[in-house]
Design a protein around this ligand. Structure first.
Ligand code: ADP
Ligand code: MG
Length: 343
C-alpha cells in the first residue's frame, strides 16, 4: 500500500486545523499537523516524537516570520518599506535567498520575477477583494517589477530597492527554501526517514518504513476536482516533489480563471497549455524555482531545457489531459485517472 502523502494530508487537515497534534499511528506512522504560512503543514515520522515535531513547526514559524509579505513586519517587509529610501541590512540566510531569487529572475527569458510584488498585491489572487485590474493599472505597475533594480551589497549584507513602490515577493521560492531547512533540522536530530508536506511542497527523507517499501508515494492532484482526487502516484525516496498549478489559488470572473502565477511580461496570469508542473529534485528550493520557470516556458521549451539540467525532472499536466514526463531517473509515476493519458 502506498503512503499517499497528499491524500493523507487532506484527511488529516479536515480534523485538525491548528496545533501540533499526533493524529495516527497506523502502520506506526506518526503524523503531526499545523497551519502555517497560510498552508496546511504535515510532518510524518516513524516514532512518536513530539519534541521533534514541535522543533519543526517552530522552525517553520521562525522562517515565515522572516520571509512573509503577508504581514506588516518581517525582514522582507522592512526591505519593501524602505524602497527608494535606503538599503536594509538583513540576516545572511535572507540575503543569500534574495541573491538566488535575483539570479533566477535575471536569467534570459525567465518568467520567474521576485520583484513581482506590486502586481501580486494588486491582483490579490486567492485573497479577499481579488479583482481584474484595469490595463492602465497593470501598465503603471510593470515598471516597478525590475529585478535589476534590487541592489545587493554582500559585504554589508544589505538589500536596496532602487525605486519607491518596488516590492520583493518570495512566494514562489520560500516554501521550498523552508522545506530544505526542515530537512536539515530533522537530519541534525538524527531523523533520516520522514516526510514533510508544506502546503504542496513535499520533501521526503530516506524511504518509508512500512514493510518492504522502498519509496514514498506522493499523490499528483487532479486539477479542478475533489481535494483528494489524484491523477496518479509519484514514487520517490529522499527527494523533493513540488507542484505549481493554476488550480491552487485562483478566482473566476466572467467565466475566465485568473490564477496566482503571473507573467512578468504582461502582468496577467500566465496563459499557456499547462494546468500544472511538478518538479522532482534533491532540494525543494530548486523544485520551487523550477516549477515557476518551467511553467513559463511551456512544455516544448521546458522539455528541451531540461535536457541541460539532469538533476531536475518534471511532470507536466496539460489542459488537454496529457501527462508528460521529462524523464524518470529519480522517480516512478503511475497513472490512475482515465481522464488523463501519458503522452
Ligand atoms: P504555491 O506553492 O503557493 O502555489 P508557487 O511556488 O506556485 O506557490 O508561487 C506562486 C506565488 O509566487 C504567488 O502567490 C506569488 O506570491 C508569487 N509569484 C507570482 N507570479 C510570480 C512570478 N512570475 N515569479 C515569481 N513569483 C511569482
Ligand atoms: Mg514555486
Amino acid at each position: 500500500m502506498f503512503a499517499s502523502a497528499l491524500r493523507v494530508s487532506a484527511l488529516a487537515f479536515n480534523h485538525y486545523s491548528t496545533g501540533v497534534i499526533p493524529m495516527s499511528s497506523v502502520e506506526r506512522v506518526y503524523s503531526y499537523s499545523a497551519v502555517l504560512m497560510g498552508s496546511p503543514i504535515l510532518l510524518k515520522l516513524f516514532e512518536d516524537n513530539q519534541q521533534a515535531a514541535q522543533a519543526v513547526f517552530h522552525l517553520i514559524k521562525q522562517q515565515e516570520d522572516m520571509l512573509t509579505v503577508n504581514r506588516a513586519h518581517s525582514q522582507l517587509m522592512t526591505i519593501n518599506h524602505a524602497a527608494g529610501l535606503h538599503p536594509v541590512v538583513v540576516s545572511r540566510p535572507v540575503f543569500e535567498l534574495i541573491s538566488k531569487a535575483k539570479t533566477v529572475s535575471l536569467m534570459q527569458d525567465s518568467c520567474f520575477n521576485f520583484t513581482i510584488g506590486p502586481l501580486v498585491k494588486r491582483w490579490k489572487i486567492g485573497f479577499h477583494g481579488d479583482t481584474v485590474p484595469s490595463p492602465a493599472e497593470i501598465q503603471s505597475l510593470l515598471p516597478l517589477t525590475r529585478p535589476d533594480q534590487v541592489m545587493l551589497d554582500p559585504q554589508a549584507c544589505s538589500v536596496y530597492l532602487a525605486q519607491a513602490g518596488m516590492e520583493i515577493d518570495l512566494g514562489a521560492i520560500a516554501k521550498g527554501y523552508i522545506a530544505d531547512r526542515v530537512r536539515d533540522l530533522l537530519q541534525q536530530m538524527g531523523i533520516h526517514q520522514a516526510l514533510i508536506n508544506l502546503g504542496g511542497n513535499v520533501l521526503t527523507l530516506g524511504t518509508p518504513r512500512y514493510g518492504d517499501q522502498s519509496a514514498w508515494g506522493v499523490g499528483l492532484k487532479k486539477p479542478f476536482a475533489a481535494p483528494d482526487a489524484l491523477i496518479g502516484i509519484i514514487e520517490v525516496a529522499g527527494k523533493s516533489v513540488v507542484t505549481s498549478g493554476i488550480y491552487e489559488r485562483y478566482f473566476e470572473q466572467e467565466g475566465k480563471i485568473y490564477h496566482h502565477i503571473l507573467d512578468p511580461e504582461t502582468g496577467y496570469p500566465l496563459d499557456n497549455e499547462l494546468l500544472s508542473v511538478t518538479v522532482i529534485s534533491d532540494d525543494s528550493v530548486d523544485g520551487d524555482i523550477y516549477t515557476t520557470l518551467l511553467y513559463g516556458m511551456g512544455v516544448k521549451k521546458a522539455l528541451h531545457y531540461l535536457t541541460t539540467v539532469p538533476h531536475i525532472e518534471a511532470i507536466f499536466v496539460t489542459r488537454t489531459g496529457q501527462v508528460i514526463l521529462s524523464s524518470q531517473r529519480q522517480f516512478r509515476f503511475t497513472l490512475q485517472d482515465s481522464d488523463y493519458q501519458l503522452a
